[in-house]
Ligand binder design. Sequence first.
Ligand SMILES: *Cc1c(COP(=O)(O)O)cnc(C)c1O
Ligand code: SF4
Length: 362
Amino acid sequence: MDEKLLMHRLNISRRDWQDWRWQLQNRVTTLPGLAQYLKLPAAAPRDLRPVLRAYPLAVTPYYLSLIDPDVEADPLARQCLPDVREAAFSNAGSADPLDEDGRMPVSNLIHRYPDRVLAMVTRNCAVYCRHCNRKRLWKTRETAGFRNRLAAMVRYVTTAPQVREVILSGGDPLMYDDSRLEALLAAFKAVPHVEVLRIGSRMPVVLPMRITKDLCRMLRRYRPLWLNTQFNHPAEITKDTARACAMLLEAGIPVSNQSVLLQGVNDSPEVMRRLLHGLQKISVRPYYLFHCEPVRGCMHLRTSVSAGLALMEALRRDCSGLALPQYVADLPGEAGKVPLLCLSETLKNDLRKHQDFFDNFE
Ligand SMILES: *Cc1c(COP(=O)(O)O)cnc(C)c1O
Ligand code: SF4
């Protein structure tokens, strides 16, 4: 919907609209609240009640403004509006397929690879993505206060000298205000063997106003710092998101993208090509394309691996290598993120034609 029209309807100024706190305070969390922005989801509210009880709704006005109210299966709506299939009785999948909850040496900290740890520093997000692989956590409560949680994680990292990278994840770490976020970064950076910090955040996409000058000024002091975000569809690349990414890049923070392959969102070569080219144009490096995990409540958004491989094959030749992500599946246990690769007949023939390029072929 047109932004100006929306501001008029909501009776707010552009200044309010551009204020991330206004956006957070005015998130839509109820079905009737959606009516100001869109036609309600096709299902009757009664049918959606069990879904919302299990998996709450939260969407920023900004992200809602990107949804086309006249399109039945809008790809952004699919990512943020509840669907009856999330709570279907026959729902397969597991709440925690990677057994993350079983791999925490201290609470909220996952140590799966030798040299890097992932710290789940919050459970809050600006928008609850319906495909979230941690949606099991949305309704759980923190077991301790911020300072105590942080102290326990930092203590662990201090005693693990092989850890050289700390990834702040969640939830969305940028839900904290700048001073809390700085406390997190400073605490991990102070560990002598921690060389690199990384933030995983969907804010540049769902609440780009969160990327302020003050935030960037603070973040740049914690370099080398990498930020990974999650664009899933070309319609998410707007002037606001482009500006947010540019500000981070200008602060010396490389921005990479981790998409999730989602049925009806980005599973066509045409859409994926536009997404990847669009990201390249805003200097955001496509990093991973995740095969959607078998998470309970997300099963209706999955594609098959063969569909994913066919998609990658279709993109290989018309995407710059700089714009091509690695298609991976995240597996439980030691396996971790595993590249999904397949040599199609065409590729095999290309390789055979050039056997002299290899020492040992087949
Ligand atoms: C994904 C992930 C990482 C980071 O993996 P990269 O391949 O470096 O992006 C680290 N720890 C955990 C637990 C993860 O799930
Ligand atoms: S921003 Fe990330 S953690 Fe938060 S709901 Fe979306 S996918 Fe899940």
